[in-house]
Design a protein around this ligand. Structure first.
Ligand code: BTN
Length: 264
């Protein structure tokens, strides 16, 4: 395990503390342990491989060793829980913006937090919130970003997926992946640390909406025990997807969204 400290420019004397491992079961699981041991916000765990990576909706997240950025962060947010969805928005926005600035890869977000290049997913974000013994919230947020997967590996993943290599031909070595991870955390840091201020929360929500290509599309939403087809009309103030179906607006808190076609 190696450790790197990245200073937080807006908070002099504070750091993001990166721990890099060759293999863990899940970086979210490792960070949850760090949270339980009482460590402060700002712990980051990066791994070359996860043997039991977790995805949304209780799925597994599969990786080939050394081919992805697999990273989780410990946060202890001080703002109200109804805005915690903006934490995941901030991480997916940060990843999307860094893909554009560093590799000229244009990406959009699919609700809730998939980073997409065209119809293919390049990164996914998973946040897990718990409370400590005093009732204070702690959030573990993780991202899996495909870097080196070839077309044949990507087709083996089943759903439409892509990678930095598939988009650009660029092969990132370990230092390249660590540098990408620290760039994402630097941008995430700016967005996340601004969320204490209500005006900034409005700003981040609007950045997210602009980047989220789901809004305005005809979608199929697969939820537990129900499939809904309708037009995704908006995102609610607490991060849910609003879908107009059968002349009603339905609020979707969790589910698998499939983009069907543009409505205009
Ligand atoms: C999704 O289903 O799209 C979310 C995938 C999140 C995967 C990342 S990889 C790093 C972190 N550790 C995990 O076990 N999961 C997240």
């Amino acid at each position: 395990m190696s450790e790197i400290k990245i200073p937080i420019p807006t908070h002099p004397g504070n750091f993001w503390v990166f721990r890099h491992f060759e293999e863990v079961d899940s970086t979210n699981r490792v960070v949850s342990d760090l949270a339980r041991s009482g460590l402060p916000e700002g712990q980051v765990v990066l791994a070359d491989h996860q043997s039991a990576g977790r995805g949304r909706l209780d799925r597994i997240w599969i990786d080939t060793p050394g081919s992805s950025v697999l990273m989780s962060v410990l946060l202890r947010p001080k703002f109200p829980a109804e805005f915690f969805f903006l934490i995941t928005s901030s991480l997916s926005l940060a990843a999307s913006q860094v893909l554009e600035s560093k590799f000229s890869i244009p990406s959009k977000l699919k609700w809730p937090n998939d980073v997409m290049v065209g119809d293919n997913k390049i990164a996914g974000v998973l946040a897990e919130a718990t409370f400590d013994s005093e009732g204070a919230p702690r959030v573990v947020i993780g991202i899996g970003l495909n870097c080196l997967q070839s077309q044949s590996e990507l087709s083996g993943l089943g759903r439409g997926a892509t990678s930095i290599y598939a988009e650009t031909g660029i092969t990132l070595d370990l230092n390249g992946r660590i540098s990408l991870a620290t760039d994402i955390i630097s941008r995430f840091s700016e967005l996340y640390l601004s969320l204490g201020d209500p005006a900034n929360r409005i700003e981040v929500a609007s950045l997210y909406k602009r980047a989220c290509e789901t809004i305005g599309l005809l979608v199929r939403v697969e939820m537990v025990g129900e499939t809904l087809v309708g037009v995704a009309s908006d995102i609610s103030a607490d991060g849910n997807l609003l879908v107009e179906a059968d002349s009603r607006v339905r609020t979707v808190a969790a589910g698998d969204v499939i983009h069907m076609r543009k409505t205009s």
